[in-house]
Design a protein around this ligand. Structure first.
Ligand code: NDP
Length: 418
């Protein structure tokens, strides 16, 4: 991608030079710079104040050793990260990703995106992100607990309810947050809102589990409505089958759509009569099994190995909710050829720059993750408010607090900028 603005193109060159071997971070920065070109042309004051130079350098980056003992009594060592990206408008806020692909470049790209997403919520939250190359898949509860406790044994000294409030992300759900919160409490002797996504019995918020997926559908419905359309009677394909995907599927179905496909990192299921979400929840949330098990109960559905094939299924609306760069140019072209007219991102940066170009060239309604998946961190912000006030709101109270007015603004501003 070539930037026309000389200042932005020089700053991108310097950023690439300074962050070698971190392609995801560079991709995220380049994408934002491209959208900011018209702004920078008009706002010399931002250039003079070095705002963008500050934006491409996190305030603090912490890397630490995470030793833990597996079920065979062997010591394992993982690497932990916390990137405290920007605290200009509030405490650092952003999830913890547990996945073997995690390295500094992934955590920096996620932290960078989080800065913009959090400010779009209109809540006072800065941006941060953390994680580890630990893989919770296939580990026993005891192994996950020992890893999480060791992770927090280092992280606790860097976080706090007014300084940095981590949450869940890929591989980090209520179980992992529970182990981390318990260890934080034990180390500090303080019961504070230092993590969000907590269990309901100890400071969690109703609606947090559903928030990212539901928020994605609220955003998408708003975007569709602004264009004279809706979810009703539409065919929807959703990648992933984790927290975001499951609750996006639930809300899309409630809004009248038919969700026909879901995936995991090994393959995808296609159920033309509409996926059985109760069974998916049982498989993924309770039994922690693979998506291919779905066809053992639903023999009419198909399971296909590999991830990218899911985008060849004809659909009206695609909701990528798995991981970064899961839709490339070729997949985007197939989606468009098959009649898909809306792509809204539940995952962070799931579309490559070339895929985004295909959406825009073909008039696809496109909801970038920074805005479309902000529902999760919004309810995390509301969980922080409830913890500070020592209150628990009902689901309806939380759901009603979604920033209604700003949704349309978000759609408009992002469509204007891309
Ligand atoms: P989960 O760990 O709950 O689920 C992730 C899902 O994506 C799993 O089904 C996983 O399959 C699948 N997946 C992972 N990697 C790949 C891959 N390479 N190809 C296909 N599928 C893959 O994570 P979340 O649902 O919480 O997060 C999903 C995305 O949403 C991430 O990008 C995250 O950053 C983003 N997000 C999450 C928020 C939240 O509140 N949780 C908030 C905002 C954004 P498998 O089990 O095989 O690994």
């Amino acid at each position: 991608m070539a930037l026309k603005n000389h200042y932005l193109s020089e700053l991108l060159r310097a950023t690439i030079q300074r962050n070698k071997g971190e392609p995801e971070f560079i991709q995220a920065v380049a994408e934002v710079f491209e959208t900011l070109e018209p702004v920078i042309e008009k706002r010399q004051d931002l250039v003079e104040a070095g705002v963008l130079e500050r934006l491409v350098e996190p305030e603090r980056q912490i890397i630490f050793r995470v030793p833990w003992v597996d079920d065979n009594g062997k010591v394992q060592v993982n690497r932990g990260f916390r990137v405290q990206y920007n605290s200009a408008i509030g405490p650092y806020k952003g999830g913890i990703r547990l996945h073997p692909s995690v390295y500094l470049g992934i955590v920096k790209f996620l932290g960078f995106e989080q800065v913009f997403k959090n400010s779009l919520t209109t809540l006072p939250m800065g941006g941060g992100k953390g994680g580890s190359d630990f893989d919770p898949k296939g580990k026993s509860d005891g192994e996950v607990m020992r890893f999480c406790q060791s992770f927090m044994t280092e992280l606790y000294r860097h976080i706090g309810s007014t300084c940095d409030v981590p949450a869940g992300d890929t591989g980090t759900g209520a179980r992992e947050i529970g182990y981390m919160f318990g260890q934080y409490k034990r180390l500090t002797n303080e019961f504070t809102g230092v993590l969000t996504g907590k269990g309901l019995m100890y400071g969690g918020s109703l609606g947090r589990k559903e928030a990212t997926g539901y928020g994605l559908c609220y955003f998408t419905e708003e975007m569709l409505r602004a264009n004279g359309k809706s979810f009703k009677d539409k065919i929807v394909v959703i990648s992933g089958s984790g927290n975001v995907a499951i609750y996006a599927a639930e809300k899309a179905t409630e809004l009248g759509a038919k969700v026909v496909a879901l995936s995991d990192s090994a393959g995808y299921i296609y159920d033309p009569s509409g996926v059985d979400l109760d069974y998916i929840k049982q498989l993924k949330e309770v039994e922690r099994k693979r998506i291919k098990e779905y066809v053992s109960l639903h023999s009419d559905a198909k399971y296909i190995e590999g991830c990218t094939g899911i985008w060849t299924i004809p659909c009206d609306i695609a909701l990528p909710c798995a991981t970064q760069n899961e839709i490339d140019k070729k997949s985007a072209e197939i989606l468009v050829k098959n009649g898909c007219f809306t792509v809204a991102e539940g995952a962070n940066m799931p579309s490559t720059p070339e895929a985004i170009a295909v959406y825009l060239q073909n008039g696809v309604l496109y909801g970038p993750g920074k805005a479309a998946n902000a529902g999760g961190v919004t309810v995390s912000g509301l969980e922080m408010s409830q913890n500070s006030a020592r209150l628990s709101w009902t689901f309806e109270e939380v759901d009603e607090k979604k920033p209604q007015g700003s949704l349309v603004w978000k759609v408009t501003i992002w469509q204007a900028l891309i």
